[in-house]
Design a protein around this ligand. Structure first.
Ligand code: FES
Length: 103
């Protein structure tokens, strides 16, 4: 069973932005949605190797910087080709000024 890991301060991820962090060997993307909600997904695209936090975040979707596949960051669902495999999503919570994820 995974434990909660502190990955960043809330101040490290401005609203509407994302941040790539590493938890163990795992690349994890932290997203701060407009309105204050945080989400966490795999940061490596399910198509080939690209870090999604180097892509574009818009309307609750992240667009891969390499071939432009889009993923819903709340569910991890692959929304457009060439990706056809969903991203894993992780539990995330804010405590005080800290962001914690369960990976
Ligand atoms: S590596 Fe992300 S769409 Fe190809």
């Amino acid at each position: 069973m995974a434990d909660w890991t502190r990955v960043a301060a809330t101040a490290d991820v401005a609203e509407g932005k994302c941040l790539g962090v590493r938890v163990g060997k795992r690349e994890v993307a932290i997203f701060h949605l407009p309105g204050g909600e945080f989400c966490a997904t795999d940061n490596v695209c399910s198509h080939e190797y690209a870090l999604l936090t180097e892509g574009w975040l818009e309307n609750g979707c992240i667009e891969c910087p390499l071939h432009a596949a889009q993923f819903d960051i709340r569910t991890g669902k692959a929304m457009s080709a060439p990706a056809d495999t969903n991203l894993q999503v992780f539990e995330i919570k804010v405590e005080g000024g800290d962001i914690l994820v369960k990976v």
